[in-house]
Design a protein around this ligand. Structure first.
Ligand SMILES: NC(=O)c1ccc[n+]([C@@H]2O[C@H](COP(=O)([O-])OP(=O)(O)OC[C@H]3O[C@@H](n4cnc5c(N)ncnc54)[C@H](O)[C@@H]3O)[C@@H](O)[C@H]2O)c1
Length: 343
C-alpha cells in the first residue's frame, strides 16, 4: 500500500509538530505539501523534507494532485473555508479544534459533509486517544463503577501568551473538557455557567483567571471544571469521575502530595500540553492515517471525533462565553442530530 500523501496547512506550533510527527513516527504517510500564511515558514519546512513542496495558497494546497489528505493546523477563523475546500475535493481532513469559530458555520459544515456519502472530517480532540482517558472510558463503559454521576476536572497551565483573554479560556482551554464530558458520558451538554472567583493577582490585568465552569448534561449529570491558566507551576490536567459504585481519577502520575514551583509533585509534572499529550497526538494521527487508508473501501475516512463533535463543542463554548458575561447558567442551543441524516 502506498503512503498517504498529506498536506499540512499552518506550520506554527501545532502544524510543525504534526509535520515532524508524520515524518518520524507515523507509518503509511508522508508530508508532500506544506502551506503557511508566512511563506518562508512553509518553504523552510518543505526544504527539510524529501519530495515536499511549499504551496503559497491554502486552497491550491488542498486541491493539489499530490495530496490525498489534509491536516488543518491553521487558526480557527480560517477553518470554514479550508474545510469546505476539502469537502469539495473529497479529501479526508484532520482539523485541529475548533471545527469553526461559531455555531452557524459549524452546523453548515456538518450539513455539507452529511450530504456526501463519505465521512471526511475528523476533529483534533486528542484527549480521546490518551491512554488514561481511554482507560477511564473503558472502565465506565464496562459498567464496573455503575452509572457515572459527577465529573470533577482541573485544567491548569503555568502561563499563557499575552493575547490570551477570558473568552479564550472557554474556547481554547475548556473546549477540551467539553469534549471529554461528551466522550465519557455519551450525551450532550444542556447548559453551562461560568463563575469568576477572585482573580489570581499574578494574572494579566483583565484576565478572569481562575474560572469555574459548571456543566449540566442532558440527563442532569453535573460537571465542574477549574480553569486556571497562570499558575506559574506546570501543566496539570486532572479528571475524576464519581459513579454509583466508586470513583476513578486520571492525571496524577504519582500519588498526590502537593504542587509547587517549579512543577514538582513527588515526581515531575509535565511542563506543557505537548509533553502531557504527546502519546495522544501520536495515537490520534496513526489511527487517522490507518482510517484514511481503510476509507477507500469503507467510505469512512475517520476514526475519532466527527464534525458533529466539533459542532457540539462550539455550541457549548459559545454558550460559555455568553455566561462569562452574565455569570448565569446559559442553555446550549443545538439542533436535533436526527434532523440531519448521516450527521
Ligand atoms: N489539540 C490541541 O491540543 C491544540 C493545541 C494548540 C492549538 N490547537 C489548535 O491548532 C490550531 C493552530 O494553533 P497553533 O497553536 O499551532 O497556532 P500558531 O499561531 O502557532 O500557528 C498557526 C499557523 O498558521 C498560519 N496561518 C495563519 N493563517 C493562515 C491561513 N489562512 N492559511 C495558512 N496558514 C495560516 C500562521 O502563520 C501560523 O504559522 C488552532 O486551531 C488551535 O486552536 C490545538
Amino acid at each position: 500500500m502506498s503512503d498517504l500523501r498529506i498536506a499540512v496547512l499552518g506550520v506554527g506550533v501545532m502544524g510543525a509538530d504534526h509535520v515532524a510527527r508524520i515524518e518520524s513516527k507515523i507509518s503509511g504517510a508522508r508530508v508532500t505539501v506544506v502551506n503557511d500564511y508566512i511563506a518562508e515558514k512553509a518553504e523552510q519546512i518543505a526544504a527539510s523534507i524529501p519530495s515536499c513542496r511549499a504551496i503559497a495558497d491554502p486552497l491550491d494546497a488542498i486541491a493539489d494532485p499530490d495530496v490525498d489528505a489534509v491536516v488543518l493546523a491553521t487558526p480557527g477563523p480560517t477553518h470554514e473555508k479550508q474545510l469546505l475546500a476539502c469537502l469539495e475535493h473529497t479529501k479526508p481532513v484532520m482539523c485541529e479544534k475548533p471545527l469553526t469559530t461559531d455555531v452557524a458555520t459549524s452546523l453548515e459544515i456538518v450539513k455539507r459533509e452529511a450530504e456526501l456519502s463519505t465521512r471526511l472530517i475528523q476533529v483534533g480532540f486528542m484527549r480521546r486517544f490518551d491512554h488514561e482517558y481511554a482507560q477511564l472510558k473503558a472502565m465506565l463503559d464496562g459498567g464496573e463503577l455503575g452509572n457515572a454521576l459527577v465529573l470533577h476536572c482541573a485544567h491548569r497551565n503555568p502561563a499563557v501568551p499575552p493575547h490570551f483573554d477570558s473568552a479564550m479560556m472557554v474556547r481554547d482551554s475548556l473546549v477540551h473538557e467539553v469534549d471529554v464530558t461528551r466522550f465519557l458520558f455519551d450525551e450532550e451538554i444542556a447548559s453551562i455557567q461560568i463563575i469568576k472567583p477572585t482573580p489570581n493577582p499574578a494574572a494579566p490585568h483583565g484576565l478572569s483567571d481562575p474560572q469555574i465552569a459548571i456543566l449540566r448534561t442532558s440527563t442532569g449529570k453535573h460537571v465542574d471544571v477549574e480553569l486556571f491558566v497562570t499558575t506559574g507551576v506546570a501543566y496539570e490536567v486532572r479528571t475524576e469521575v464519581v459513579a454509583e459504585r466508586g470513583s476513578a481519577m486520571i492525571g496524577l502520575d504519582v500519588g498526590l502530595v502537593r504542587t509547587g514551583a517549579p512543577g514538582t509533585r513527588g515526581g515531575q509534572i509535565t511542563p506543557g500540553f505537548r509533553e502531557r499529550f504527546g502519546q495522544a497526538y501520536d495515537t490520534e494521527f496513526q489511527r487517522w492515517v490507518d482510517a484514511v487508508h481503510r476509507g477507500r473501501s469503507t467510505g469512512d475516512f475517520t476514526d475519532g471525533p466527527s464534525a458533529w463533535d466539533g459542532y457540539a463543542a462550539t455550541a457549548v463554548c459559545e454558550a460559555g462565553v455568553e455566561s462569562l458575561q452574565s455569570g448565569l447558567p446559559v442553555e446550549v442551543k443545538m439542533v436535533d442530530r436526527r434532523s440531519i441524516p448521516r450527521a
